[in-house]
Design a protein around this ligand. Structure first.
Ligand code: ZN
Ligand code: ZN
Length: 432
């Protein structure tokens, strides 16, 4: 391996993508300038299931034992494929992220069994804020709030030693914050010497195909919510755009959205008063049995207390069931089993990536639904830009060099984007 400082010319800085040139997930990028370093993301690979996460840490000085030249880890957003290895680092590395991301991760951790705390309490580290430049050693970092299925997600412009690298993070143009994408491509922060751009949709979508917009998802949900009968909808509570779509579809069809404590805590952690919360019309709080036990075990009664005035219990849920939409997880099957007749005419909608469906746990879930006479229908749109939109982004940035990241199909970048693409390898050091 070439060392971080090998060949560093004046007017340049060095980059190593430790993971991400050949895969989606597990992203980790190290930047080095004048002997100081930062990391962009430190994700858990998607295929990491049974592996000991510590063994997956990239060979970066400062992760296993302290090294003051590693200044900080900067997280583009709160998806585990971008931060999931961070809690397994053996050192107290300062972690920079959006303030809402920090609050959401902290809120979610209360519900994860054996959660490894992520330095969510980091003091003295700046937060990422849209278009507010922060400085870490020789690096000037300007975050750009982007449209993605995670709330508070950023693309990052990094400037050091007179050179500029733009990292797209995970990005799309068809969600509820599509205007952010339009703003970025109509006023790009040029010059960009190197563009590190994600390519998740390559291999999932044809070159001219588009993903449905979040607004189209809302319309489809409205159609499904019209007929009476219980609806369970499997969506990530951290996909705030989707929760908003579900809530709006409930309002338009006179249904009540039933949320559990985890979802409510995540929604509240956004700090955004325009996002559904307890006390709103067409919204009820129900604590499923497994969650009630978890709260008891962890003694987080403060969380239950917060939602007491809005909480409904089994009997009320039974009466409401035919007009309810419940943000659903397989562990909630038993709660519905206890409501007489609730499965009659019921629908369950899978509103997240269908790539999760073949897992043994989700196969078992579908089998249990089938026993109850319910089939699973997928209504979802991607958190990632279509190829058409990626092209618009690349053309707007007009980089000297385009480097593929967060993709299984980096080899197709030059054919698709028709610009100076430089394919890098995981672990290879190169110059911006
Ligand atoms: Zn990702
Ligand atoms: Zn993501």
């Amino acid at each position: 391996m070439i060392s971080a400082e090998h060949g560093a010319a004046r007017n340049s800085f060095n980059v190593c993508i430790h993971r991400g040139t050949q895969q989606i997930g597990g992203t980790c990028i190290e930047l080095s300038c004048q002997g100081e370093r930062i990391l962009l993301d430190l994700g858990l690979p998607l295929d990491a299931d049974e592996t000991d996460p510590v063994t997956l840490l990239p060979p970066i000085s400062g992760l296993h034992s302290p090294d003051p030249s590693l200044l900080a880890l900067v997280l583009s957003h709160g998806h585990a494929d971008h931060w999931g290895l961070a809690p397994h680092a053996g050192t107290a590395l300062p972690i920079v992220m959006g303030a809402a991301t920090r609050r959401i991760l902290r809120a979610a951790a209360a519900f994860v069994p054996r959660a490894v705390p992520l330095g969510t309490e980091s003091e003295g580290t700046p937060d990422l804020e849209d278009r507010k430049t922060i400085h870490l050693g020789p690096f000037a970092i300007t975050p750009f709030l982007v449209d993605h299925s995670a709330f508070d997600a950023y693309a990052l412009l990094i400037e050091a030693n007179g050179r500029r690298l733009f990292y797209s993070g995970d990005i799309r143009a068809h969600g509820r914050k599509a205007a952010l994408f339009e703003r970025l491509v109509s006023n790009p922060p040029r010059p960009v010497h190197t563009l590190l751009m994600e390519g998740s949709s390559l291999g999932r979508l044809g070159p001219g195909q588009l993903f449905p917009t979040e607004g189209e998802i809302e319309k489809r949900l409205v159609e499904r919510f019209r007929p009476a009968g219980f609806v369970g909808i499997c969506a990530s509570a951290q996909n705030i755009d989707r929760v908003v779509s579900i809530y709006r579809a409930c309002k338009r069809t006179g249904r009540t959205l039933v949320l559990d404590l985890y979802a409510l805590e995540v929604l509240a952690a956004t700090g955004n008063p325009n996002i559904p919360q307890a006390g709103w019309p067409n919204l009820a709080v129900y604590v499923p049995e497994y969650q009630r036990r978890h709260i008891k075990r962890t003694e987080r009664f403060d969380i239950v207390d917060r939602y007491k005035p809005h909480r409904i219990y089994r009997e009320a849920l039974g009466k409401l069931a035919a007009r309810a939409v419940m943000l659903f997880r397989p562990a909630m099957l038993n709660d519905i089993d206890l409501l007489p007749g609730a499965w009659l005419g019921a629908q369950v909608i899978w509103s997240q990536w269908d790539g999760y469906l073949p897992s043994p746990a989700n196969q078992a879930f579908q089998a249990k639904l089938a026993e109850r006479g319910v089939t699973l229908e997928v209504i979802h749109t991607s958190g990632h830009a279509s190829i058409v939109d990626l092209k618009r982004l690349a053309e707007a940035m007009a980089p000297d060099v385009l480097v593929p990241v967060h993709t299984f199909e980096g080899d197709r970048f030059s054919e698709i984007f028709g610009m100076n693409v430089c394919r890098r390898l995981d672990g290879e050091w190169w110059e911006v």
